[in-house]
Write a protein that binds this ligand. Structure first.
Ligand SMILES: Nc1ncnc2c1ncn2[C@@H]1O[C@H](COP(=O)(O)OP(=O)(O)OP(=O)(O)O)[C@@H](O)[C@H]1O
Length: 509
């Protein structure tokens, strides 16, 4: 057949069977979604197709020809390109320099103008606007993704693998990506995309293959299935998408942030005169386009970044510019968006990561000695309570799948009744069941009395969980809505683009 065929692929990592006798195929001109719960083996299968892993057994055929991929070089030469969840770009180099990285047939004197012209041509054709002279570190995540896709097109890939491409994009960027992928498919490209968002899969793909616990459950035509059927195939049982939310029983003010000003890494003011108050038993959602100060705000509110002026208080105790441990001791827990870089230490074990916020406390440590029996007991408790799929507590965190990383971090942050929870994109990269689980945990904490600041770009998530919804733009709060379910997409869009709520209300009055 023309396209890719993977036959009988098996891959194990020690005792973990990541793929077991999996068959998969992709035709040119097709968008094929690969679905499965966290840890089902999707990335492993695609890493094998891209030559990053060697299968233990099984074969790959391109246009009917058997291929033996020993490295991504071989896969690229066979016309396969992969855009990873964490882009493999060099931040300190320009876009055009990244494009030619690893190409081995370049002349000694680089025809820079010609390379730039080719990049511009590709970017115009596929609506992937980018300035070839920009440095990668200057680009937003959405723009970096465009560079990663262009890099594959520049290498003449005809079969593209996109690993959770929308996990890091704003709704607007996702829409643009879908248009571009549909156009590419119409031009004859074959596209595999891994996603946990079933609505997206239903909208975009032609066919879906489902993996469960390393094995293929089946392949179906998207037009012949439903979201509910896909979830059932993934989990092996019926799945209820909706979550129950109890009425709000708000208590006294707990988290009080008054007029804070914060600078970003490049010295510019990124948070301007921002105030918010969160009461006991309340979720304050925060919507906004990525890069409008959300990251710096989270860092400032958890003691990781200095504030220039203003005050932060928990239960009337002032914590302004105190070290992070003071925030932790006053009951603040932070679930960062970057779980590999900030939330967890990949080179350490599950049990070591589990105690990062309590290793100095009794019974985990006595004096300067760590009690490893207690550490093991605690890690096992988290593994059980948060359904973390690991063989044992001394397992290296770098080997965990995305969903399990998130559950481990969440377990660590939520397990000792925090007073204040700051959660940024807590369901990024999670499968439908894990997403529901995480959302329920956040609501459980709220019902227990925690004050939660939930920062997300998933509007559906914000509306489902928030008691009030704030919108941030350029580091300022554009307004806070008391009934998030009643906000219209138009009003939300205007606020996200920088119109204060009071101005919108004035016009509509
Ligand atoms: N390099 C590795 N070393 C050891 N185990 C690994 C490695 N890569 C993956 N695994 C394990 O293989 C299994 C499948 O992982 P994989 O990342 O392929 O799942 P996935 O379906 O892509 O999950 P997610 O949706 O969470 O990204 C998991 O149990 C994971 O822990």
């Amino acid at each position: 057949m023309s396209g890719v065929e993977m036959k009988g692929i098996t891959k194990t990592f020690g005792s973990v069977i990541a793929n077991q006798k999996v068959d998969f195929d992709l035709k040119y001109g097709e968008i094929h979604a690969l679905l499965g719960e966290n840890g089902a083996g999707k990335s492993t299968l695609m890493n094998i197709l891209y030559g990053l892993y060697l299968p233990d057994s099984g074969n790959i055929f391109i246009n009917g020809q058997k291929c033996d991929f020993r490295s991504p070089f071989d896969a690229i030469r066979a016309g396969i390109g992969m855009v990873h969840q964490h882009f493999m770009l060099i931040p300190g180099q320009t876009v055009w320099e990244n494009m030619i990285l690893g190409l081995n047939n370049l002349p000694q004197i680089l025809p820079k103008q010609e390379i730039k012209r080719q990049i511009m041509e590709l970017s115009e054709k596929y609506c992937l606007q980018i300035d070839p002279m920009s440095f990668v570190w200057q680009l937003s995540i959405g723009e970096q993704q465009r560079v990663a896709i262009l890099q594959m097109l520049y290498r003449k890939a005809k079969l593209l693998i996109l690993d959770e491409p929308t996990a890091v994009l704003t709704p607007q960027e996702s829409q643009n990506l879908f248009k571009m992928l549909a156009f590419m498919a119409s031009e004859g490209y074959g596209i595999i995309f891994i996603s946990h968002k079933l609505d997206e899969v239903m909208r975009l793909s032609h066919r879906v293959t489902i993996l469960r616990k390393g094995e293929k459950v089946g392949s179906v035509l998207t037009c012949e299935t439903t979201k509910e059927k896909l979830a059932e195939m993934m989990m092996g049982q019926k799945f209820v998408f909706s979550i129950q939310k109890q009425p709000k029983l708000s208590g006294p003010l707990v988290f009080d942030v008054e007029n804070i000003q914060v600078r970003g890494d490049r010295g510019f003011q990124v948070i301007r005169d921002l105030s918010l108050q969160i009461h006991q038993g309340e979720v304050l959602g925060m919507a906004g386009v990525a890069g409008n100060g959300q990251q710096e705000l989270c860092e400032a509110l958890s003691g990781l970044r200095r504030i220039e002026s203003g005050k932060i208080k928990i239960n009337q105790h002032e914590l302004t510019n105190r070290p992070p441990r003071h925030f932790i001791n006053k009951g603040l827990r932070y679930i960062p968006a970057d779980r590999r870089g900030v939330g967890l230490i990949p080179n350490m074990m599950v049990d070591e990561n589990a105690i990062l916020k309590k290793y100095w406390k009794n019974p985990i440590s006595k004096g300067s000695l760590i009690n490893w029996y207690e550490v093991d007991q605690y890690a096992r408790y988290l593994i059980r309570k948060f359904y973390i799929a690991v063989p044992h507590s001394r397992y290296p965190v770098k080997n965990l799948s995305g969903g399990n990383l998130q559950k481990l971090m969440l377990g660590r942050e939520l397990s000792d009744s925090p007073q204040v929870i700051i959660a940024m994109h807590p369901t990024w990269g999670l499968d439908v069941a894990a997403t529901k689980f995480v959302r329920e945990q956040i609501l459980k904490e709220r019902d227990r009395g925690a004050s939660v600041l939930l920062i997300s770009e998933d509007i559906e998530e914000l509306v489902a969980l928030s008691d009030r919804l704030a919108v941030i733009c350029k580091g300022e709060i554009m307004g806070i809505v008391d009934q998030p379910q009643e906000i219209t997409p138009e009003v939300l869009g205007l606020m996200m683009a920088g119109t204060p709520l009071k101005n919108i209300q004035k016009v509509s009055a």
